[in-house]
Design a protein around this ligand. Structure first.
Ligand SMILES: C[C@@](CO)(OP(=O)(O)O)[C@H](O)COP(=O)(O)OP(=O)(O)OC[C@H]1O[C@@H](n2ccc(N)nc2=O)[C@H](O)[C@@H]1O
Ligand SMILES: Nc1ncnc2c1ncn2[C@@H]1O[C@H](COP(=O)(O)OP(=O)(O)O)[C@@H](O)[C@H]1O
Length: 322
């Protein structure tokens, strides 16, 4: 591992010849194909058994060397400013750069440019994708050479959902959802996402989950074989039959209009529509492109839907582009 330190006296630290001045990384959003939630633990987290699938709705983070007069600072701007996304130290991408700098002793700072495509506070882990992309981009920009296991360890300190976008594809999550095991799947899955007019807070959805009567199905400690077999056979209809989200009743209780969104998608031909993670995005699994177009059109006419996205899955995890 190579460490870069600021030189005392305000001079620029030496730059390795040939080192890039900017690194661009893409990282995917996700949908939970299975999300079984246990009882709240003493650490304030719920034990999860989940299956993440990375979808082709992609965040892009460009990490650029700081100008000499800003060296040491971590700054962030959004390609398209959005009042619901902070650009200060509370942005998960800024925190990711600081965590990597702290772990490696790098002091040169970074300027981050974020292009968001994953709906904000939508249950698709867009902020986590930004953090994962930032870890990889800074690791390359700074030449810190952490391996993937080390990046995953830093990611899990930032949030339960941050390790997954580093891996991408399909993976089972245990613990807080951050202990990942890749899952073999076949085929391509087609999704239509119905975006809500406003987001839902993940802690608020978990808190509502705690207040609700216990679900009929007990929390699962393993992913059912029916789902893993369906994913292995590449059969979307079989996968649709085994989708499960224990947070759905809590999200629906906070946002009753989501029931209608699910209905609209399924009536228009979706194999199944579910709440994505903690919501409020609704993820509709469709058999083909023609049905995707029909489901999108029906959803766009629904008053609770702000817009739709179509995406295939699974896709790779965070990777350097350009
Ligand atoms: C629900 C899920 C499903 O994949 O995703 P989203 O729908 O938010 O994208 C995740 O568990 C969200 O992960 P993430 O958004 O990273 O959560 P964190 O920042 O670590 O935690 C935010 C808060 O959510 C609650 N939380 C999160 C994860 C977990 N296993 N149990 C919890 O109770 C806790 O109240 C915690 O303080
Ligand atoms: N890089 C980021 N992108 C989006 N939201 C962020 C980011 N950093 C911090 N946040 C805050 O986290 C909240 C939820 O993040 P997000 O990842 O979009 O949703 P979810 O947790 O539902 O997947 C946002 O409402 C925002 O206030």
């Amino acid at each position: 591992m190579s460490h870069l330190h600021a030189v005392p006296g305000g001079q620029a630290p030496p730059q390795r010849s040939g080192s890039a001045t900017s690194v661009r990384v893409e990282a995917p959003g996700k949908v939970n194909l299975f999300l079984s939630v246990g009882a709240l633990g003493a650490d304030g987290y719920h034990p999860l058994t989940t299956v993440f699938q990375a979808v082709r709705v992609v965040e892009t983070v460009t990490a650029r060397r700081q100008a000499l007069d800003a060296r040491g600072a971590v700054t962030l701007s959004l390609e398209e400013p959005d009042a619901s996304v902070p650009t200060d130290a509370s942005n998960l991408a800024v925190r990711a750069a600081l965590v990597l700098a702290e772990a490696t002793g790098v002091e040169e700072g970074v300027d981050l440019l974020v292009r968001k495509r994953v709906p904000v506070a939508g249950g698709m882990a867009g902020g986590s994708a930004d953090a994962a992309a930032t870890l990889l981009a800074c690791n390359v920009l700074w030449g810190t050479e952490l391996d993937q296991a080390e990046l995953v360890e830093l990611a899990s300190r930032l949030g339960a959902d941050v390790p997954f976008p580093l891996l991408g594809s399909t993976a089972v999550g245990h613990g807080r959802g951050d202990r990942l095991t890749p899952l073999m799947t076949r085929g391509t899955y087609h999704w239509v996402f119905a975006l809500a007019h406003t987001g839902l807070s993940t802690p608020a959805v978990f808190a509502r989950f705690d207040q609700m009567p216990r679900a009929v199905a007990p929390a699962a400690t393993e992913v059912p074989a029916e789902l893993t077999n369906a994913l292995r056979s590449g059969d979307p209809a079989a996968v649709a039959a085994h989708l499960r989200n224990d947070l759905a009743p809590a999200a629906l209780s906070l946002r009753p209009g989501l029931a209608e969104v699910i209905d609209v998608a399924e009536s228009a031909g979706a194999l199944r529509a579910i709440v994505s993670g903690s919501g409020p995005t609704v993820a509709a699994l469709v058999p083909d492109g023609a049905t995707a177009a029909r489901v999108s059109r029906a959803l766009e006419d629904c008053e609770h839907v702000a817009g739709t996205l179509r995406a295939d899955a699974p896709v790779a995890g965070a990777r350097v582009v350009g």
